[in-house]
Design a binder for this molecule. Sequence first.
Ligand code: G3H
Ligand code: 13P
Ligand code: ZN
Length: 309
Amino acid sequence: MALVTSKEMFAKAIEKDYAVGAFNVNNMEIIQGIMDAAKEENAPLILQVSAGARKYAKPVYLLKLVEAAIEDTGLDVCLHLDHGEDFDICKSCVDGGFTSVMVDGSKHPFEENIALTKQVVEYAHDHGVVVEAELGKLAGVEDNIKVDARSATFTDPDEAAEFVERTGVDSLAIAIGTSHGAYKFKGEPYLDFERLKEIHKLIPNTPLVLHGASTVLPEFVDRCNQYGGEIPGAQGVPEDMIRESTKWGICKVNIDTDLRLAMTAEIRRILVESPAEFDPRKYLGPARDAIHRMVQHKIKNVLNASNKR
Ligand code: G3H
Ligand code: 13P
Ligand code: ZN
């Protein structure tokens, strides 16, 4: 039981067509809910932290919470920086005990993305830390971009092969139609599987990462709507599309929105049904249980990662 890199997890996942869940964390209840689910499913696990989450919880609290969870469950965990936008934050996480960092240079032109990624890879590898990079842009429907304009931002397979070769990166996040948040598609959900297959064919040994992979489970959206402000028109990535993607090199599936929805739905329900309640344990405890159930469902039924530890 220790903090580990994702190297071994991905080597197994790519061979056996399943994916490791990478769940965003920022507090104790979220970490506990996820860890308990992974323990019950005997599954490999990545806990990831955005720059915003790291600032919110303070770096030392997050690290100590994850260390405590490892001690409590006896699981190995990969602790990953999500969307590191420059060298400094990646370096700070490498120095601060993370075992994996993402350098997200996707907003930069190709050559600049390569230069930034190479700089991070060099530093991280020198310190035994693995690196995820991103090529292509995830566009949200809220950006109001038409479908053909959206696909112009998808990852180019030849560029992906050149990028991996020139940077030495350990895994690559690609854009094939997903986006962050609760509003991913306006009409029918669409992922460019032909593009994914082409990328996987050119770089079959590179673990690919699917960002924006929340399903936006109707159960939680309905409950949020029932007990408070509406989340109308929310639309996630269907579970069968996530399952399909794991056949074509997707080894890491990023989930944040589904955690937020599961937690919020439960807290709203309790505070509406019991408005006199003011003990945080009475709503954070059930919220932790909701996260536990949701993550267990993902690991077992969507990622096919049960008993893959
Ligand atoms: O990809 C973004 C993650 O959902 C993290 O979001 O920056 O609001 O923590 P955040
Ligand atoms: P979701 O918003 O779909 O959960 O995506 C999370 C993500 O990609 C974190 O990097
Ligand atoms: Zn992301």
